[in-house]
Design a protein around this ligand. Structure first.
Ligand code: NOJ
Length: 451
């Protein structure tokens, strides 16, 4: 017994990170177009103007996916490519691009999983207050309606928002991501609420307009792993994983998931921050709380804790000297793909999908012209073993998307980080399928039996 029959195996990307064609064919600017052109915001001044030029090379990329045995492909739509001002006018050329991409995927037998929003917010709406504006939920609903109408005849798998923790936490609170704001807590709390409402309205809209659709939601968070299997450690890790505190507000797992999956804000959040919620928030909870077919999470790293006799009730265990890390300095901790799904499934009882997992390495083209990336294979192997253990222990694990299909624009880190199963030479736009991708093909083909 391992992964269930029909397990979803795939790879993922996001529009801004791969498409390029930043202002082509009528696309409007996104906050990331503006932010990445601001000196000092992105490593070495990299931007998304060309990226992987996927906008022009999508047919080649889909052919590579087919060669690599990718059966499901998670990608995002660029809101300002479809609606340059964010609301109102629809850019038919943008719609035509996604129609052609979707048709190409289907012609190759690849199932499209569409993320509606992966951070490239329309600049025009940002200038109207972005997620701070109470109308932002309705703007997102209207955009969802356009996407459902344009693509819903062929796309049946949808994800509403990707990592709200990051576009609010890193983008609105810490200023590290677009639009580069450093807002105060009362304003952050309002933005959180509007974002959650946007999610709920999008789910409702998809259900109304796309018969037979399946809908998910993809927040993130580093799971806490108990140091031992003692009930005390397991409970301590669960408590800290789902806590909302003054320190983790915008990054809290429970804050972004309880309202959507359980229909209520976490008690600790309400106690600390509830007074900042916009008026009428209680009535919005039924809109925010929509049944979901998949509860997705992007999981890469985490931390180990044990129960302790101190005020907090737990103690963080520091990684030992020399603990393995990725190129981004993220500690490698495969058990997060066991404990994360387990804690999340026990709390939310919704089929669980890893919507992103993978690592960045500083890959190179070897003298033989190939890209050998044993560390990516080893990482993925270890993480998938942990995920399979979760499935074997009764967690309803429904899918796994590797991040990423191809090397791409890693936000504030620019092109320095390579997360792809496909190597991209940005100077020539040549693609090379990495060794790990050929290995991943055998994993998908055996439904994880060969791990
Ligand atoms: C999270 C994001 O969703 C994705 O855009 C990013 O590139 C990867 N994780 C790696 O950081």
């Amino acid at each position: 017994m391992g992964f269930k029959k029909g397990f979803i195996w795939g790879a993922a990307t996001a529009a801004f990170q791969i498409e390029g064609a930043a202002l082509e064919d009528g696309k409007g600017p996104s906050v990331w177009d503006v932010f990445s052109h601001e000196p000092g915001k992105v490593l070495e001044g990299h931007n998304g103007d060309v990226a992987c030029d996927h906008y022009h090379r999508f047919r080649e990329d889909v052919a590579l996916m087919a060669q690599m045995g990718i059966r499901s492909y998670r990608f995002s739509l660029s809101w300002p490519r479809i609606m340059p001002e964010g609301t109102g006018r629809v850019n038919e050329k943008g719609v035509a691009f996604y129609n052609a991409l979707i048709d190409e995927l289907l012609a190759h037998g690849i199932r499209p999983f569409v993320t509606l929003f992966h951070w490239d917010y329309p600049e025009a709406l940002h200038l109207r207050g972005g997620w701070m504006n109470p109308d932002s939920a309705e703007w997102f609903r209207a955009y969802t309606e356009v996407c459902a109408g344009a693509f819903g005849d062929r796309v049946k798998d949808w994800i509403t928002l990707n990592e709200p923790q990051c576009f609010i936490g890193l983008g609105y609170q810490m200023g590290l991501h677009a639009p580069g704001l450093k807002m105060v807590v009362p304003d952050i709390v309002k933005a959180v609420h509007h974002t959650l409402k946007a999610h709920g309205l999008a789910v409702k809209t998809l259900r109304e307009l796309v018969p037979g659709c399946k809908v998910g939601y993809a927040p993130c968070g580093g799971p806490f792993v108990p140091q031992t299997n003692s009930p005390e450690d397991i409970e301590a890790a669960r408590r800290v994983y789902f806590a909302t505190t003054k320190e983790n507000l915008a990054f809290s797992v429970a804050l972004w998931s309880d309202p959507a999956l359980l229909g209520s804000y976490p008690e600790d959040f309400l106690r600390l921050f509830g007074k900042h919620l916009p008026s009428g928030w209680q009535e919005d909870l039924s809109t925010i709380h929509q049944p979901l077919d998949y509860y997705c999470q992007n999981i890469y790293y985490g931390a180990v804790v044990r129960a302790a006799d101190n005020a907090q009730g737990f103690e963080l265990i520091a990684p030992e000297v020399g603990h393995p890390k990725t190129a981004l300095n993220w500690g490698i901790l495969p058990d997060v793909l066991y404990w994360g799904p387990r804690y999340l499934y026990e709390r939310y009882r919704t089929p669980f999908v890893i919507s992103e997992n993978g690592l960045s390495c500083h890959d190179v083209i070897s003298l033989d012209g190939k890209v050998h990336d044993p560390n990516r294979q080893d990482y993925t192997h270890r993480y998938l073993l942990a995920l399979r253990r979760a499935a074997e222990d009764g967690i309803d694990v429904a899918g796994y998307f590797h991040w990423s299909l191809m090397d791409n624009f890693e936000w504030a880190h620019g092109y320095n980080e390579r997360f792809g199963l496909i190597y991209v030479d940005y100077a020539t736009q040549q693609r090379i399928i990495k060794d790990s991708a050929w290995w991943y093909k055998t994993v998908m083909e055996s439904n994880g039996e060969n791990l």
